[in-house]
Design a protein. Structure first.
Length: 165
């Protein structure tokens, strides 16, 4: 005997979502690049040509935009403490061209040196690294996070001509 009270209706059969509906469902959660969206649809069993057509339809309708995705990724990674080199490499994995990557990095409204300094202060305290060993650790951290040497020097106050060393 069923636990549910009879309603007089038959249960509706669930209709499988179309590739476009699946892609739109992914886009409502967060921005995706064309390559990423196509790959995710393929992983869900959608044929490659259907996935490409669905992504094309959504891009034409304005739901998917690689430039918007790239700018969003730049904001997200920069606020998480990553530098321009790391972000540039990550954008490249999403199939974006050099011009699109450069345009996305140009949307960053902050200063990379300030970002690096902020990260060092969060890790080593308000006064930054206290000695040469901590400066090296800070420099290694910033290099792993994708900051350039000018930003690393500014954030760690490491200057080869510095008489403190």
């Amino acid at each position: 005997m069923s636990d549910e009270a009879p309603t007089g209706r038959r249960p509706r059969a669930r209709v499988a979502p179309t590739p476009t509906q699946r892609a739109l469902g992914l886009l409502t959660r967060r921005e995706h690049s064309r390559r990423e969206l196509t790959r995710k649809l393929a992983a869900r069993g959608v044929e490659a040509d259907e996935a490409t057509a669905a992504v094309d339809r959504l891009a034409d309708a304005g739901w998917q935009d690689d430039a918007r995705f790239a700018a969003s990724l730049v904001r997200s990674r920069a606020s998480a403490g990553y530098g321009p080199r790391h972000i540039r490499a990550e954008l490249g994995t999403h199939g974006l061209g050099a011009d699109a990557v450069a345009a996305a990095l140009a949307t960053f409204e902050g200063d990379w040196r300030e970002q690096a300094l902020d990260l060092v202060r969060r890790r080593f305290g308000e006064n930054g690294p206290a000695d040469l060993a901590q400066r090296r650790k800070a420099a290694d951290l910033l290099a792993r996070r994708g900051f350039d040497m000018d930003s690393i020097r500014a954030a760690t106050r490491f200057d080869p001509g510095d008489p403190d060393d």
